[in-house]
Write a protein that binds this ligand. Structure first.
Ligand code: HEC
Length: 132
């Protein structure tokens, strides 16, 4: 084998190993702390977000129950999950979460989640949204 093809073989192997080692995201250790910090203040019993949508995010069962219209997490597909769409700005601009549409920004209480937190939630949903 030429050294050139050896190098490309090495690169391919490295990528396969990397993909296989994608870390398993945990609900309790990784996802819940994000929801607790950035969402639960409104999405809890009688909170602003819960009153408006019926969605409570304090625990796994409430999260999976979703809003009064149904589930916001589709296990295995972040891109089909409205919870993921509202944090990645793929939903209607009026329902970015935590609220950071123009109105919320004007009120000085708008901000988006960090990329890392968004990726953590997305990967957890893609991995099956388990109560792990
Ligand atoms: C400042 C209060 C507030 C915070 C913080 C907040 N929300 Fe909301 N959330 C709302 C309100 C109000 C609604 C109802 C919006 C509407 O339907 O127009 C809502 C609706 C939603 C919905 C339902 C959207 C739909 O399909 O109609 C989801 C999903 C959601 N929030 C997720 C989150 C997540 C995840 C976080 C944290 C990253 C979060 N929210 C933080 C107030 C909040």
């Amino acid at each position: 084998m030429s050294s050139k093809s050896l190098i490309s073989f090495g690169i391919v192997l490295f990528c396969i190993v990397l993909a296989g080692c994608e870390r398993q995201v945990s609900y309790s250790a990784n996802v819940k702390p994000i929801l607790d910090n950035y969402c639960v203040s409104c999405h809890t019993s009688a909170g602003e977000g819960e009153l408006a949508s019926g969605l409570a995010l304090d625990d796994y069962d409430s999260l999976m129950r979703g809003t009064k219209f149904g589930q916001v997490v589709v296990p295995g597909s972040a891109l089909s999950s409205s919870l993921y769409l509202v944090i990645t700005e793929k939903a209607d601009s009026k329902i970015h979460m935590p609220p950071h549409h123009d109105e919320a920004l004007a009120e000085g209480r708008g901000f988006a989640l960090s990329r890392t937190n968004i990726e953590t939630i997305g990967t957890w949903i893609d991995q099956g949204a388990k109560n792990n």
